[in-house]
Design a binder for this molecule. Structure first.
Ligand SMILES: Cc1cc2nc3c(=O)[nH]c(=O)nc-3n(C[C@H](O)[C@H](O)[C@H](O)COP(=O)(O)O)c2cc1C
Length: 215
């Protein structure tokens, strides 16, 4: 028989879990054709671990990079992470609905093409349309661009989107936590994305301020 205190703890944690699910609506995860598909894959896994419902949209080019870099398909990724896979051509899908309870749209990774479309207000597929809807509904929009070097047009587009409220998280992992694997580096970026969505998580190491003793 459980003691009243343990019972209360159990009830509280069950309540908290429910609360997280209730507070957090769905997250639209768009994987476009920039290199770094692994960031999108890991983000989907992390969202599943956090019990956040995912609507997954993969562009045609994203399908290519997903296969080339991670040896997987959108269908396999959706099955593995419990994500609901939507067709990029289906601009009438729920991800692009202004009235659906979507909490955040994350484009990870975000190609220069998708970035350019967003900066021009073009919503011609389900990824770009969901992002434009996020902008008009003042929902959280996070993009994870990757290119090297960036063209001035990429930089100008990022500055434009940032000024309009989009969170721009470049796919550039830090080294101050001494990563020892690709997974560590991927986790670094994914942790920043989860922070910006507003999710509590334990992915990656956090800086404590005690790491450097000489300055
Ligand atoms: C293997 C591969 C890697 C690519 N890497 C990048 C990249 O890192 N950044 C980028 O902006 N585009 C990259 N591209 C080009 C985009 O896929 C291309 O511009 C495409 O039009 C993007 O379309 P989307 O935004 O609809 O996915 C890459 C393409 C391939 C095939």
């Amino acid at each position: 028989m459980l003691e009243p205190l343990s019972l209360r703890r159990l009830q509280t944690s069950a309540y908290m879990r429910k609360a997280v699910i209730q507070i957090m609506g769905e997250v639209v995860l768009g994987i476009s054709g920039a290199s770094g598909a692994a960031y999108g894959v890991r983000l989907a896994e992390a969202l599943q671990e956090l019990k956040v419902p995912i609507r997954l949209v993969v562009s045609n080019s994203g399908r290519i990079t997903l296969k080339h870099e991670c040896d997987t398909t959108p269908e396999e990724l959706a099955e593995k992470t419990g994500a609901l896979l939507e067709e990029q051509a289906n601009i009438g899908a729920k991800s692009a609905s202004g009235s659906a309870p979507i909490d955040a749209v994350v484009i990870c990774p975000c190609s220069g093409t998708t970035l350019g479309k967003l900066a021009a207000g073009i919503g011609d597929n389900l990824i770009t349309r969901s992002a434009i809807v996020a902008m008009k509904e003042r929902r959280k929009l996070i993009i994870v661009p990757r290119e090297a070097p960036y063209a001035t047009v990429h930089l100008e587009n990022m500055a434009k989107l940032s000024a309009w409220g989009t969170i721009v998280i470049p796919a550039s992992p830090g080294f101050y936590n001494h990563p020892t694997s690709i997974e560590d580096m991927v986790d670094f970026v994914v942790a920043r994305i989860l922070d910006q969505i507003g999710l509590k998580h334990s992915i990656g190491k956090r800086w404590t301020g005690e790491e450097i003793d000489e300055f």
